[in-house]
Design a protein around this ligand. Structure first.
Ligand SMILES: *[C@@H]1O[C@H](CO)[C@@H](O)[C@H](O)[C@H]1NC(C)=O
Ligand SMILES: *[C@@H]1O[C@H](CO)[C@@H](O)[C@H](O)[C@H]1NC(C)=O
Ligand SMILES: *[C@@H]1O[C@H](CO)[C@@H](O)[C@H](O)[C@H]1NC(C)=O
Ligand SMILES: *[C@@H]1O[C@H](CO)[C@@H](O)[C@H](O)[C@H]1NC(C)=O
Ligand SMILES: *[C@@H]1O[C@H](CO)[C@@H](O)[C@H](O)[C@H]1NC(C)=O
Length: 303
């Protein structure tokens, strides 16, 4: 993929920045990542979201939503989200230009959407990933005004996530008490699957981003899940389940591709295959993240 850039700094792209609770150095900001690079990373995601809603809401009309059984007002609300994402694109582009920096342009995308249901489901995923991206990206921002702007966008992305998951999908509006802060490479791995190609000039404005090998995980908390990944499996690998800001939960992979999924996981959980039984970062990540979307009811039970 054109957008892929060489690996320069392990710290730059620490897998998820989830080890705060271990008081490790994982949240230390890489001073080599500049604010314009972080803003361009955010802009890359905003371009993707803006294109997704623009395309989806021109693919499907208000009448299509009504025919598919959605209440009338859903379409208008999704239009408001589309407009927010377009405004975020405009805002970040202007902020970068005002700072004398190049702003990345939109890429071409390929969204796996075949009907309204898959559109709504992907909207929920993209908003959730956007929220984890801003949460994880905050540590890389130096300028306080940019940090305030990023926080301002983050809460709106978080509310988009909540509204789609609860008002449309009738699930939980949140995951746990904490949003998971994913690192740059982890987010980029998730975003890259929807990106077909990007303008040549974009890469020079971005931090070093290297997607990990892909991973899928089928299964539910409290059961044995099945992993699929293409990286070499030497029989001594683990799965790190990242959720919130505590240390991830590690489980050994057994029977070649099986893992016992901890029973207490809820909401969006990010699973990584690792070579380590206790550290999740670029140097230990073998594949992932896979998103485990654990729906739960008002009593906290998995549904
Ligand atoms: C950061 O940049 C400095 C100076 O350009 C360089 O010496 C150093 O190796 C870089 N650090 C990382 C982690 O890339
Ligand atoms: C829009 O429709 C096209 C053609 O069916 C499809 O390829 C694309 O994925 C759809 N995109 C969205 C976001 O709905
Ligand atoms: C894993 O392998 C062992 C020994 O071959 C077998 O007894 C067990 O049922 C397998 N477990 C799963 C979850 O496949
Ligand atoms: C297995 O592979 C991982 C990642 O490639 C590596 O870090 C680890 O040292 C290997 N372990 C053994 C026992 O070969
Ligand atoms: C992984 O680490 C846990 C404690 O952190 C330990 O109990 C467990 O035995 C380790 N598993 C393997 C396979 O090394």
């Amino acid at each position: 993929m054109k957008f892929t850039i060489q690996l320069a700094s392990a710290l730059a792209a620490v897998a998820p920045l989830v080890q705060l609770a271990k008081a490790g150095p994982v949240l230390k900001r890489d001073t080599n990542i500049t604010d314009p690079q972080v803003l361009n990373y955010a802009l890359t995601l905003e371009h993707l979201e803006a294109a997704f809603y623009k395309e989806g809401l021109s693919n499907f009309s208000a009448a299509d939503f009504a025919a598919a059984g959605y209440p009338d007002w859903i379409y208008g609300r999704l239009g408001q989200i589309r407009d927010h994402e377009a405004t975020h694109v405009q805002f970040l582009t202007t902020a970068l230009q005002t700072a004398g920096a190049q702003a990345v342009n939109a890429c071409t995308y390929n969204f796996p959407v075949s009907d309204i249901k898959s559109f709504v489901s992907l909207a929920a995923t993209l908003e959730s990933v956007g929220s984890t991206a801003y949460t994880g990206g905050a540590a890389f921002i130096s300028n306080k005004d940019y940090l305030t702007a990023a926080a301002s966008i983050l809460t709106v992305e978080g509310r988009h996530t909540a509204w789609i998951n609860s008002a449309i999908l009738h699930g939980a509006a949140w995951d746990t008490a904490f949003q998971t802060p994913l690192g740059l490479n982890a987010v980029y791995t998730l975003a890259a699957q929807f990106i077909t190609s990007c303008p040549d000039g974009n890469a020079a404005s971005l931090p070093t981003l290297t997607p990990y090998p892909s991973l899928t995980l089928e299964g539910k908390p409290g059961s044995t899940g099945t992993l699929t990944f293409s990286a070499q499996n030497n029989g001594s690998l683990f799965v790190a389940f990242a959720s919130g800001i505590g240390a991830p939960a590690f489980q050994p992979i057994h029977n070649d591709s099986k893992v016992d999924i901890p029973s207490d996981l809820r909401g969006y959980v990010f699973a990584f295959v690792t070579s380590s039984n206790g550290t999740l970062d670029d140097s230990t990540t073998v594949a992932g993240p896979a998103i485990l979307d654990v729906g739960f009811d008002a009593s906290g039970n998995v549904v």
